[in-house]
Write a protein that binds this ligand. Structure first.
Ligand code: TXA
Ligand code: MG
Length: 317
């Protein structure tokens, strides 16, 4: 594996070529790093699942370069979904749409719906458009971590998670730290009104500025692996909202003081910075061998709610 390749136009063209030939390419998006394969190459998708250690019946998001590709993968697209695309793509939003016959079971987990996203990160967009110019239609990519663990927000994190499992043709593209830091908002567009399946940086209020939302929370028919209770978990035990003791890690807004003997893992000054640093702070706790990390979640709606959702999952044991 050509580890941590820098991202010149040349290298992105090369990476797109590798993808077309069935290789795995870890790439930066503005949310977290993804582990890309050609979404139409069944054996490449199978190998990606194997590297992640993820059950094969889980659906994976198809990433596309522009809205012209939506009709290739999806059909019967509701008007509100088109309005959401126009407003929030490229960006940290995934839409679950009725699949076309091109979205095979190995991408949708056998469901009749496909997840689509146009990421905003310029390296991701360039990779996707190069891939498209080579005749590809979309790239299937879950977060580039081992199943159940914390999503990577840097190329170094990816290398630590899966570097040893990659083959000689596979690549990790280095695009620096992820700007958002938590995974995309997932919106189910299979009904008359959209339903939020996973909170993210495209917030409920932002969505409501475009369309009414179905707040019915019965999510059973749609399987979202991100909603498994134990997910996004570090090795350390994550404890929420109590005073940290000596020898424990602490993640909290900068206004929270660090008690004596406590290892401060991050002290963000804003909600945005909290999101950006959360996963790397959890990883830092693990790399320092901490047994317990205390997290003081941010208050408020929007991105703060998405952060609390991830903290809850990280703390579920
Ligand atoms: O920000 C993100 O969404 C990142 C970047 C790389 O794009 N990707 C990501 O993928 O978080 P992943 O696979 O780790 O989480 C995507 C979630 C999974 O829980 C999956 O079950 C759900 O999206 N999903 C994907 N396709 C779906 C579908 N057709 N129906 C229902 N859920 C779907
Ligand atoms: Mg994931």
């Amino acid at each position: 594996m050509d580890q941590l390749a820098p991202c010149s136009i040349e290298s992105l063209r090369n990476a797109a070529n590798h993808l077309r030939k069935g290789a795995l390419v870890a790439f930066p998006t503005e949310t977290v790093y993804g582990l890309a394969v050609d979404a139409e190459n069944e054996s490449a998708v199978a190998r990606m699942y194997q590297v992640k250690g993820r059950p094969a019946n889980h659906p994976v998001i198809v990433h596309i370069a522009d809205q012209n590709q939506v009709g290739y993968w999806a059909e019967e697209i509701p008007d509100y979904a088109i309005a959401l695309m126009h407003k929030f793509w490229p960006g940290p939003m995934t839409l679950i749409l009725k699949r076309s016959e091109r979205a095979k079971d190995f991408v949708t987990g056998g469901q009749d719906y496909v997840g689509l996203r146009i990421p905003a990160n310029p390296i991701a967009l360039k990779l996707l458009s190069e891939f498209e110019s080579l005749g590809g239609h979309g790239v299937a990519a879950p977060s580039a971590n081992r199943f159940g663990s914390v999503s990577p927000t840097s190329a170094g994190d990816v290398k630590e998670e899966i570097g040893e499992l990659l083959g000689p043709e596979d690549l990790i593209l280095d695009g620096g730290a992820s700007e958002v830091g938590v995974e995309s908002t997932i919106i189910d567009c299979s009904r008359a009104l959209p339903r939020i399946l996973r909170l993210g940086a495209v917030t409920e209020a932002m969505i409501e500025s475009i369309t009414p939302i179905d707040s019915d929370s019965d999510l059973e028919e749609i399987r979202v692996s991100g909603s498994l209770t134990r997910h996004y978990s570090p090795r350390a035990k994550v404890v929420i909202d109590r005073e940290a003791k000596s020898g424990e890690g602490l993640i909290a807004l900068s206004e929270v003081m660090t008690p004596a003997g406590v290892i401060r893992l991050s002290s963000p000054n804003s909600i945005e910075e909290y999101a950006r640093l959360l996963y790397s702070a959890l990883r830092k706790g693990d790399s320092q061998g901490l047994k317990v990390v205390v997290v003081i979640p941010p208050r408020g709606e929007g991105l703060a709610a998405a952060i609390r959702d991830r903290i809850m999952r990280a703390s579920a044991h």
